[in-house]
Design a protein around this ligand. Sequence first.
Ligand SMILES: Cc1ncc(COP(=O)(O)O)c(C=O)c1O
Length: 414
Amino acid sequence: MKNLTPFDPVPLRAHFPALQLEVGGETAIYLDGPGGTQVPQSVIDAMSSYWQHGGSNSGGPFLTSRYTDDITNAARAAMMDFYNARRPEEIVFGQNMTSLNFSLSRALARTWQPGDEIIVTRLDHDANISPWLLAAQDSGAVVRWLDFDPTDCTLRLDLLPDLLNEKTRLLTITYAANAVGSITNVRRAVELAHAAGAIVLVDSVHFAPHGLIDVQALDCDFLISSAYKYFGPHTGILYGKYELLDELMAYKVRPAPAKPAGKWETGTQSFESLAGVTAAVDYIASIGGKASTRREQLVQAMRQIKAHEMALSQRFLSGAVQVPGLRVYGITDVEQLAERTPTFAVSVEGLSAEAVATKLGEQGIFVWHGHYYAVAVMERLGLLDEGGLVRIGFVHYNTFEEVDRVLHAITQLK
Ligand SMILES: Cc1ncc(COP(=O)(O)O)c(C=O)c1O
């Protein structure tokens, strides 16, 4: 793919067939990225070419099986670059984030004693809460909750030291909140948790399309994301420090490999999706233009994506204050845009979240409504039984014109 710098979403959009969709004679506006993004043609081609080539299960001594192994190794190398992992064995593929988290929680809970403690946060998607609540129930561990500030929906990391003690075994924390966009200072959380002897798992599903992930700089023990949130297929990808993946007992069948990453990869993987994962990482890297390594391209790409998305956020927030009855949850201070993704949970006075999403949907503007599985967030905001909020989520392929169009559409709602 040609050098796409300096950042401009318009030529990029040409790579995404789905973005050409029209509803009622107008180009559709995809503001549902936090629920799953669209994919570029290169991802579609990589996935279909897996089948066209002739696929097979892994580990056989013949052409199509070797091809499958090459596809898997390439995806591991791509995700190693995406996460900045130290070695390919630290990359584990699975069905999705939720399934990987359930596997990991079961393995970790075996190491806990009754009375051990774990910390979950109220800012998280339920896929990073319920697996841990259930694991705690199974093992007799005590669950502690880290709150967020309901005024701007930022995590109260200042309260973390009070929750940590010598019994804390795990802190599981979101990198960015899928409901309201707040970004967590994960590095600081890891420092605090490690000082108390706890390990840290990071849910980076919502963060991943919006910023650079560097597991070495974060020093987190585990981190999970899902490629369908960053222009790829429906596959989950777990990073774990090699020593931990090696020493923990994975639930697996007997002939499966005894060593990472294979010991964590249950059953047969979606190899066509792995082909798509590599293509998705390569697509993001291509935004960064020329550089000596793919990792360096990703660094450049994420810098540009972040700048564009902050500009989209600024445009959205400055327009939103002009719309009567529109309330934006989360960080609204334009000086703090670096601390949020361009994901906005909003309410419109006099209309339910469902009614707003439905009316916008009729005009070809795709937004989610409800709780989006951020059950604890909606509970804390007192909105769970009120039908939740409307979520307007931008990604790098969205334009300023789309920001203006959605705001204008909201002003016209009755
Ligand atoms: C922040 C966050 N975590 C976890 C998940 C669950 O991911 P998956 O669908 O891959 O299980 C989602 C999905 O929306 C999410 O947004």
